[in-house]
Write a protein that binds this ligand. Structure first.
Ligand code: AMP
Length: 393
């Protein structure tokens, strides 16, 4: 059965088509600069990467071209072979603890939830509506980035603010990267042969989050009401004292919007190093003894250690820790520094095993108190799996 896994942004649309249940990728690609000048798309098929220019005035144009490419490349013979389209939706609020088939009510709810995710949900909806129109017979499924975190207890998700902020306005921790944390949890359940493991899953990319999983379910997570909480990230500050915001507004005459922009686009690795948001550039800077790069890395590592240590205590017992995301999968030194900082818990990194990028690997010694793994995450396949399950029942 052929299933499309889709991630629509405001000016982009990423896709991957799977043969299910084999989980074989038939074709993948990305449409970029939708609605802008010089729009283009890239497709990957049979190990070949093809880049083309195209006039993409909206998401529907992208979907139409995608269908043409599927037909021309003989991935499908006719449209009715596409049985399902799974969409990544960033915010499901507290309405969706699981993926759901998209009907008119779901579309309305995703739209209503746009006030919680103004940059993401409207873009996700554009993708959903374009596919609904161009591939009307396919089952359309929403897979939410917040859903995995809906099992958190109140003590994990409430902020100590006036209670009506929560009851009236939905102010609470939602958490994000849930599709990735779910994938990591499912993978570790299989690896450990344990259906109810206690885990700490670290998704460290340009955006980052760490999740505590208790008996197989999310118990706590570092991203919060917004995707700018918790860890130090590429350009986001993570946890800060809220009083900094009015203070900087007063000192600089910056608007609230400007300060919020600084906190999400000019902070993190970029803010501290003054050089780059990319961990590879930070690593290069450290090699050249750049003090600000050293400081940026130390802050990044220390914050990650703080969260892992906190979750270790909250969980009481941890069956495994894993690293995923661009940094988690590829930055050998970052993993080593984080695990070194946890050695008082009996965690012992195996330097040789840790010398790995992007491959499933056990990176701790046999006598480590907790086994730690590198796991390449795969959000696309999670979306395809959920979509397939709705169709197959
Ligand atoms: P993501 O958001 O998951 O795509 O991750 C992006 C981050 O992964 C960036 O900070 C990259 O610098 C980092 N990254 C990707 N490849 C490597 C690598 N080989 N070594 C260190 N960091 C990497």
């Amino acid at each position: 059965m052929k299933i499309l896994s889709v991630n629509a942004g405001s000016s982009s649309l990423k896709f991957q088509m799977y043969e299910m249940p084999e989980e074989k990728v038939l074709i993948s690609g990305v449409f970029e600069r939708i609605g802008l000048d010089n729009s283009l798309y890239t497709i990957k098929i049979n190990g070949e990467k093809i880049k083309k220019e195209a006039n993409l005035s909206n998401h529907k144009d992208a979907v139409r071209i995608l269908i043409e490419e599927l037909l021309n490349n003989k991935v499908i013979k006719s449209l009715d072979e596409i049985k399902g389209v799974g969409h990544r939706v960033v915010h499901g609020g507290d309405r969706y603890a699981k993926s759901t088939i998209i009907d008119e009510d779901v579309i309305k709810t995703i739209d209503e939830l746009s006030s919680l995710a103004p940059l993401h949900n409207p873009a996700n909806l554009m993708g959903i509506l374009a596919f609904k129109e161009e591939v009307p017979d396919a089952t359309s499924v929403a897979v939410f980035d917040t859903a995995f975190h809906q099992t958190m207890p109140k003590e994990s998700y409430l902020y100590a603010v006036p209670y009506e902020w929560f009851t009236k306005y939905g102010v609470r921790r939602y958490g994000f990267h849930g599709i990735s944390h779910d994938y990591l949890t499912q993978t570790l359940k299989n690896v450990l042969k344990n259906d109810k493991p206690n885990l700490i899953t670290c998704h460290l990319g340009n955006g980052g989050s760490i999740t505590a999983v208790k008996e197989g379910l999310c118990f706590d997570t570092s991203l919060g009401f917004s995707p700018n909480a918790g860890l130090v990230m590429g350009t986001r500050c993570g946890d800060i004292d809220s009083a900094i915001i009015p203070y900087i507004m007063n000192k600089t005459d910056k608007s609230l919007e400007d300060v919020m922009n600084d906190l999400s686009k000019k902070s993190g690795y970029l803010g501290i190093s003054g050089i780059s948001s990319d961990s590879r550039d930070i690593e290069d800077g450290i090699k050249n003894n750049n003090e600000r790069c050293i400081l940026a890395q130390n802050l990044f590592v220390r914050r990650a250690i703080e969260y892992i240590a906190k979750y270790y205590v909250e969980l009481g017992h941890v069956d495994a820790i894993c690293f995923a995301g661009g940094i988690g999968e590829n930055s050998i030194s970052t993993r080593e520094e984080i695990l070194d900082g946890l050695k008082c818990l009996g965690i012992k990194v195996d330097e040789k095993a840790n010398d790995v990028r992007g491959e499933f690997t056990l990176i701790t010694k046999k006598d480590s108190s907790v086994p730690c793994y590198v796991i390449p995450t795969d959000e696309e396949v999670m979306i395809a799996r959920d979509t397939y399950h709705f169709i197959e029942g």
